[in-house]
Design a protein around this ligand. Structure first.
Ligand code: C2E
Ligand code: CA
Ligand code: CA
Length: 406
């Protein structure tokens, strides 16, 4: 359970009672409910490191919501926050201000009056998405399971936004596989991909996901035609000479443009030597797709890889990014990757950006794009669409950075 301790604040005692009962049903052990914002602040001040989640109304007679948030910020509350609000436009208004109070980890909003299904929408998703409880040794996938999961649309792409470091605008998303298995929760993507690769089903899975990504992107692109959607390709697939044309044909079948799509390929040892892979990647580039080298820094990546392969983008692995502020080795790896790829005219994506300090660091390095929980986790179709609408004007980068310095 990712929420052990929950605090609920609402001036309406009925709403508090409903939510208390709800979290009890989720087996949360420590639940505190109050109708009094000052009491809530005292409680937070005493227990701030233990509270996992605060669910709060922002419109209370005794304290203005933004004042409450400022207090949370200054008390350095690091847990999650969900907002209860009366009308949707209120939330959007709050959300844009909240974006600036970046230290707060907002996971969603619950419209009033509170119902079980609206609570499930925010919290069940959160609980499931934050842990992939089933590892290979605990769960055995069968070929039938896997086929049925695709037939029943249990497997889907989720979209994690990528943000332009300079402008704060959302430039598109990476599609990441999610398998929500009824009664079992989310299966770890690594387990799933591993299964598909070992059992000769990775192409089938990739095209299944790519079709869904194309379908979703029609709606995303209708809202913002400039966005680009990235799909992960297993290195083994990059040895199939017909792959580029197959991908292009799918895109055309949906009436879409190749410039709206890109591909990420993990580097590995084989990649260094394989001329077939080189041909496939070159062909993708000729068809005007961006091709990124994924997880840079973790494998055998070296100058050689960068020189021989026609990548247009480099993704620095989150292991280096997340430690860059505190660890000299990671920091130097990031710096080296930056100068290497910039020399070659490649753009860089830093993945795993979880906090504003790390974001400030990569910005200072001249890295173009950022991806990570600071902005958002991977979202399903509806949530991604809502997200790009909420942040249509982009994140206010200057303000975010200024808040850290202050
Ligand atoms: P990846 O391509 O490096 O994807 C990034 C992983 O980092 C994702 O994990 C994402 O949820 C996670 N992540 C994003 N932001 C943050 C952050 O701020 N902090 C932390 N701690 N993690 C963050 P996920 O979804 O579990 O995927 C794991 C790996 O599985 C992916 O790594 C990729 O190699 C593979 N994978 C996922 N989907 C697909 C797919 O459709 N096809 C293929 N071939 N591989 C996939
Ligand atoms: Ca990737
Ligand atoms: Ca990666």
């Amino acid at each position: 359970m990712i929420f052990n301790s929950v605090l609920i604040i609402d001036d309406d005692p009925t709403q508090v009672a409903i939510m208390q009962a709800y979290f009890e049903s989720l087996k949360v052990t420590d639940i505190k409910g109050t109708i009094n914002p000052s009491e809530a602040l005292n409680y937070i001040n005493n227990k701030k490191n233990e509270i996992d989640l605060i669910v709060s109304d922002l419109q209370m007679p005794e304290m203005d919501g933004l004042e409450f948030l400022r207090h949370l910020n200054s008390m350095k509350y690091t847990g999650k926050l969900a907002i209860i609000s009366g009308v949707k436009s209120d939330f959007l208004d709050h959300a844009s201000r909240l974006a600036k109070m970046h230290r707060l980890n907002i996971i969603g909003h619950v419209p009033k009056p509170v119902t079980k299904s609206s609570l499930d929408n925010v919290f069940l998703k959160e609980i499931k998405d934050n842990r992939f409880p089933l590892k290979t040794d605990q769960y055995f996938i069968t070929q039938n399971d896997f086929s049925r999961a695709m037939e029943h649309n249990e497997i889907e792409p989720y979209f994690q936004p990528k943000v332009d470091v300079k402008t704060g605008r959302i430039i598109g998303a990476e599609a990441l596989v999610r398998w929500n298995k009824p009664g079992m929760g989310f299966i770890s993507p690594e387990v799933l991909i591993n299964f598909a690769e070992k059992n000769g089903r990775i192409e089938e899975l990739t095209f299944y996901l790519f079709n869904k990504t194309l379908k979703s992107s029609q709606e995303f692109l209708a809202f913002d035609p400039k966005q680009v959607f990235a799909t992960n390709l297993s290195p083994n697939m990059a040895r199939n000479l017909s792959l580029p044309d197959q991908l292009l044909n799918r895109i055309k079948a949906y009436g879409l443009n190749p410039t709206s799509f890109s591909f990420e390929v993990t580097e590995n040892n084989v990649l260094n030597l394989d001329t077939t892979t080189l041909e496939v990647l070159s062909r993708l580039r000729i068809l005007e797709f961006d091709v990124a080298i994924d997880d840079f820094g973790t494998g055998s990546s070296n100058i050689q890889t960068l020189r021989d392969f026609p990548y247009s983008e480099l993704k620095i692995d989150q292991a280096f990014v997340s430690n860059a502020v505190t660890d000299v080795f990671s920091r130097e790896t990031v710096r080296a990757a930056v100068s290497l790829s910039h020399d070659r005219g490649m753009k860089i994506v830093a993945e795993g950006i979880e906090d504003i300090e790390t974001f400030a660091f990569i910005r200072d390095q001249g890295i173009e794009f950022a991806q990570g929980y600071l902005f958002s986790k991977a979202l399903n179709h509806d949530d991604y669409l809502a997200f790009i609408k909420t942040y249509a004007a982009g994140f206010d980068i200057e303000d975010m950075i200024a808040n850290v310095a202050a």
